[in-house]
Design a protein around this ligand. Sequence first.
Ligand SMILES: [Zn+2]
Length: 306
Amino acid sequence: MKKDAANKIALSVDVEDWFHDSEFHAGIEGANERVIALKERLPSVNLLERPINDLLDFYDEQNIKATFFIVADLLEDYKQVFKQIVARGHEIGCHDLHHIAYTGIDVKKEEKLFFENIKQAKYLLEDKLNTEVKGFRSPFAYFHYWMVEILLNLGFQYDSSVAVNDLYNKLGDLKQIGLRQPFYWPASENNKKLMELPWPYWSIFKFRLPVGGGPAFRMLGPHIPILGLKQTLQYGDTSFYIHPLDISDEPLPELVMCGKESFWRNKGEKTFLWYKKVIKHFSGNWRTCKEIWQRNKENNIFIKPQ
Ligand SMILES: [Zn+2]
């Protein structure tokens, strides 16, 4: 076990828009088309530019580099701000083409769509932003073992989607893993191997609370995530993420908000202040996902799911 202070945290931003967060459990059939249709209902809303710029300014001020996992269908609308992300020294990762929920309910169809979408998304991100994409984050943190071979075939080096906890399970049997530090999924036939950078959890009275960021962070505030990150750092490097929409003060379209007000409570300035608190608390510990991957390359922890 490495010493607490020496371990680092992979900092990431999941860049997705309001239309990526709806109807996500409506099934894999026609999923791409549903996202596109939803977007077209309100084509002129620009919610991401300001919070992304706020994050970039804050990172510069703190001398931090992060990984931005981008949903590739945003490239056309936000190309300039995404180019800024690259120009200011941050890493670009892939967060799917349309942010589809690959729930594992219909594996055959999901495998096919996953392969086609991720292939296109990686190509578009690399081509339009003129950068290399090594990392993947699965939408809604659904992760299945069949994704490993596909990601390896598409040239990814690491994934950061595995959120082990006792509040929700989007991993199926992989939840048994329980590991907190980076590990490798087993080598494929041609000896390639994919590293996993799992999300942190806070273990309290045998209950594992997710503290990796996102909706849980908006609900919990900064103190529990700080405790959870501290605890997880005792085991090795870990990770933490945010969405630009989490810190946006602009109201979300009614389409998204109907019935989901409590889910988005604390969105805006309040969450940004909490976020700054967490970042400053672990000042000096932040790295990009790519840097965490490089730091852990020699660790030979392999997980073989049954
Ligand atoms: Zn997402």
